[in-house]
Design a protein around this ligand. Structure first.
Ligand SMILES: *Cc1c(COP(=O)(O)O)cnc(C)c1O
Length: 215
């Protein structure tokens, strides 16, 4: 009941073109089922083992998003079913995802994670590294991945102007590459900052605590 209400209060205020991914990391199968019954189909997880376990125990029409740092040796476990890997932070990881895509005879959709904050702990490409990445010949040979867009996390701060600057600059960079690379998804915004992110043209928000409560 509470979860259904939380989902509704978000979907009521976000534009139609913005997709809500419910971040269910650490949350039980039961809680995810409540969200599912409320109509939610996109869920995000950040640990491979937990993701695989939930995939196996929940309805098969769920779209699973990997949103956490992904080790290359674990790609094989999620490759058969993952809907979108949002957290690609190296060429070596892209190459491994492509290899597992070939093995599973599917094209795996990914977002490139962009490092837009000054937080030391966050992963991702700088703007310059992204441009080096897409200019590499090797990237053009990877036929079993599809780069759908970019994901970014703002700094962990209460300074809304700083968060806005970071989202604004990522949107600008996304727009610069959108056409040529055929990008569709700009994933920005979590429970604390999704309204700012949507104002900066995010079209995918990843909400955990505002849907499921504190972790
Ligand atoms: C945990 C997490 C979220 C959700 O965070 P909330 O603040 O609970 O909404 C979103 N994105 C990523 C990458 C996360 O790790």
């Amino acid at each position: 009941m509470r979860i259904a209400k939380n989902i509704k209060s978000v979907t009521d205020i976000i534009p139609n073109n913005v997709k809500l991914v419910a971040v269910s990391k650490t949350k039980s199968i039961n809680l995810i089922e409540s969200a599912y019954r409320a109509g939610q189909r996109d869920f995000g997880e950040n640990k491979v083992q937990e993701l695989v376990n939930k995939f196996e125990n929940l309805p098969k029409d769920i779209n699973w998003h990997m949103i956490g740092h992904l080790q290359r040796n674990k790609v094989k476990y999620i490759a058969p079913f993952i809907y979108l890997i949002q957290s690609v932070d190296s060429l070596r990881l892209l190459i491994e995802i492509n290899k597992q895509g070939i093995k599973n005879n599917r094209v795996i959709n990914v977002l490139v994670q962009m490092d837009i904050s000054n937080d030391e702990t966050k992963f991702g490409f700088s703007y310059q590294e992204f441009e080096e990445l897409i200019n590499k010949n090797e990237i053009k040979t990877l036929k079993n991945i599809c780069i759908k867009g970019m994901m970014g996390m703002a700094s962990f701060t209460k300074d809304e102007n700083k968060i806005k600057d970071e989202f604004y600059s990522l949107h600008k960079f996304y727009k610069k590459h959108k056409k040529f690379l055929n990008l569709e998804i700009l994933s920005m915004g979590m429970s604390g900052d999704f309204k700012i992110a949507i104002n900066c043209n995010s079209n995918l928000i990843r909400l955990g605590s505002s849907i499921f409560g504190d972790r």
